[in-house]
Design a protein around this ligand. Structure first.
Ligand SMILES: NC(=O)c1ccc[n+]([C@@H]2O[C@H](COP(=O)([O-])OP(=O)(O)OC[C@H]3O[C@@H](n4cnc5c(N)ncnc54)[C@H](O)[C@@H]3O)[C@@H](O)[C@H]2O)c1
Length: 401
C-alpha cells in the first residue's frame, strides 16, 4: 500500500488486544495485510500469540488461528514496533472518569508516549471514540513533533459480538484534513468494505457520538414507555406488538432492557459534557436507563417480601451471548438488591472475571425469585420453578413486573 517506501508491517494497532482493536487487526490480517497488535496488556498479548481470544467475539477464533498460521499477525507489548508500520491505528479505551467527565487528553498523551517511534511517511488513524476536538489536538501534536505523518479519524461503529460481520458490511466513516490523508485511510478500509463515507474530522467525531447517543435515547424511550405501561398494569410487549405490526414508521420501537455496556452511556455523557452539559434528551435518557434497575427492585418489593428472599440474577454481561460485564446494569441491580433482599446470587455462563459468580444450578436451587439480567439464549427455555422477572421478554411471556 501507499507511499513508495517499503515498510516491514502494514498496520500496527495500538490497543490491538482490546474489544475493538483485536477484531479489526484480525480482519486486516485476514485481508492479507501484515499486522502487529501492540497492547500494554501483557496477559492478553500472550493469549493472542498462543491463538486464544482474550474475550469472546463470534467468528474471531478461526481467523485468529488462520492469520497466526499464515504469519500475518503477531501481538506485542513493545511500542518500538510502531516504527515499522505504514499505518498506525489507535483504539485504546477512552472511558469517562468516576465523575463521568471525559478526558480529551488521554488519547493525545498515549500518542505522545510513543511519539519517538513515529516516523515520516506514516499515517496515524484514530479509531477510539473521542471527545470532539481530539483529532485537532493530535494534528497539533504531530505538527509540534515536526513529523510528516498524516492524521485521520475513522470511528468504529460495530456492535460487540458482531464485529466479524459488521467490519465488512458497515460503511466506514473516513475523515482527514487533507486529501492525501483521506485517500490513504480510505484505501486501508477498502480492504474490508466498499462503503466509504467522507466527512470532515469534526463531523466524524460528532457522527460517532450521535450514533451512540441516538441509540441510547431510543432505548430510553422504550424503557420509559415500558414503565408507564407497567405502572398501568398493562403488558408493554403486547402494546409494542400492536404498534409495530405492519407499521413501518414505528418498526424500530425497541423492547425494554438494560441499556448498558462500555459505550452508550459513556458517549452520551461525552456529548453532554461537550455541549456545556446542555443535552436534555441525553440526560433524561441517562436518568431513565440508569433508573431501570431501581424501578424493577421497587416493583419487586411491592409484590414480594424481598427482606426474606434470596434473589437470583441470571446474566451479568451487559448484553446477550457476551462475556463483557463492563458497565453492566446487572451489577447495579445486584447492588440495590443487596440492600433490599436477604441474599443475592449471581450467575453467568460467559463472564470470566467475577469471582462472586455461582453456577446456574446453585441459583436455580436456592433462589426464591429470579431476575434475567442479560438475555442469553440459554435462559429462554430453561425450566424455572420460581417467579421470573424477565425485562427482556426472552422467555416470551411478556414483561409485567
Ligand atoms: N466496545 C465496543 O463495542 C466499541 C465499539 C465502538 C467503539 N468503541 C470505542 O473503541 C475504543 C476502545 O474500546 P474497547 O472496548 O476496545 O476497549 P478495551 O479496553 O477492550 O481495549 C482497549 C485496549 O487498549 C489497551 N491500551 C490502553 N492504553 C494503551 C496504550 N497506551 N498503549 C497500548 N495499549 C493500550 C488496553 O490494554 C486494551 O487492551 C473506545 O474509545 C471505545 O469507546 C468501542
Amino acid at each position: 500500500m501507499g507511499t513508495g517506501r517499503t515498510w516491514g508491517t502494514d498496520v500496527v494497532v495500538l490497543g490491538g488486544c482490546g474489544h475493538v482493536g483485536l477484531p479489526l487487526g484480525l480482519a486486516f490480517a485476514d485481508a492479507g495485510l501484515q499486522v502487529t497488535l501492540c497492547d500494554l496488556n501483557q496477559a492478553a498479548v500472550e493469549r493472542v500469540n498462543a491463538g486464544e481470544m482474550p474475550h469472546a467475539e463470534p467468528g474471531a477464533p478461526d481467523v485468529l488461528r488462520r492469520t497466526l498460521d499464515r504469519g500475518k499477525l503477531r501481538a506485542t507489548a513493545d511500542a518500538s514496533t510502531i516504527q515499522d508500520a505504514e499505518h498506525l491505528v489507535i483504539v485504546i479505551g477512552t472511558p469517562v472518569d468516576e465523575h463521568l467527565n471525559p478526558d480529551p487528553q488521554a488519547v493525545v498523551s498515549a500518542i505522545e508516549a510513543v511519539s519517538d517511534h513515529l516516523v515520516d511517511g506514516q499515517i496515524l488513524i484514530l479509531r477510539s471514540t473521542v471527545f470532539p476536538g481530539v483529532t485537532r489536538m493530535v494534528e497539533r501534536l504531530i505538527e509540534r513533533l515536526g513529523k510528516d505523518v498524516d492524521v485521520a479519524f475513522c470511528p468504529e461503529r460495530i456492535a460487540e459480538g458482531k464485529a466479524m460481520e459488521e467490519l465488512y458490511s458497515l460503511p466506514q466513516i473516513v475523515s482527514s484534513r487533507t486529501d492525501r490523508g483521506f485517500e490513504r485511510a480510505a484505501e486501508l478500509f477498502r480492504s474490508l468494505t466498499k462503503g466509504i463515507v467522507r466527512v470532515e474530522p469534526e463531523e466524524a467525531e460528532l457522527a460517532k457520538l450521535f450514533t451512540n447517543s441516538y441509540r441510547y435515547i431510543k432505548f430510553a424511550a422504550a424503557n420509559q414507555l415500558f414503565m408507564m405501561a407497567n405502572d398501568y398494569g398493562v403488558d408493554y410487549e403486547r402494546i409494542r406488538m400492536a404498534v409495530t405490526q405492519d407499521y413501518p414508521r414505528a418498526a424500530d420501537l425497541p423492547g425494554p432492557g438494560f441499556a448498558a455496556g462500555p459505550c452508550l452511556l459513556k458517549d452520551t455523557q461525552q456529548l453532554a459534557a461537550f455541549n456545556n452539559n446542555n443535552f436534555a434528551l441525553g440526560q433524561a435518557s441517562m436518568q431513565v436507563n440508569e433508573g431501570l434497575p431501581l424501578y424493577l427492585v421497587s416493583r419487586m418489593a411491592s409484590r414480594f417480601d424481598l427482606d426474606s428472599m434470596t434473589v437470583g440474577i441470571l446474566g451479568m454481561a451487559f448484553k446477550g451471548e457476551s462475556d463483557d460485564n463492563r458497565s453492566s446494569l446487572s451489577y447495579k441491580l445486584k447492588r440495590v438488591l443487596n440492600v433490599r433482599a436477604a441474599e443475592v446470587l449471581t450467575s453467568d455462563p460467559y463472564v470470566e472475571d467475577d469471582p462472586n459468580l455461582v453456577s446456574l444450578e446453585v441459583v436455580l436451587g436456592q433462589a426464591d425469585l429470579i431476575v434475567i439480567g442479560s438475555p442469553h439464549r440459554l435462559y429462554a427455555n430453561l425450566g424455572i420453578r420460581q417467579p421470573v422477572v424477565d425485562i427482556w421478554n426472552i422467555r416470551g411471556n411478556g414483561v409485567v413486573v
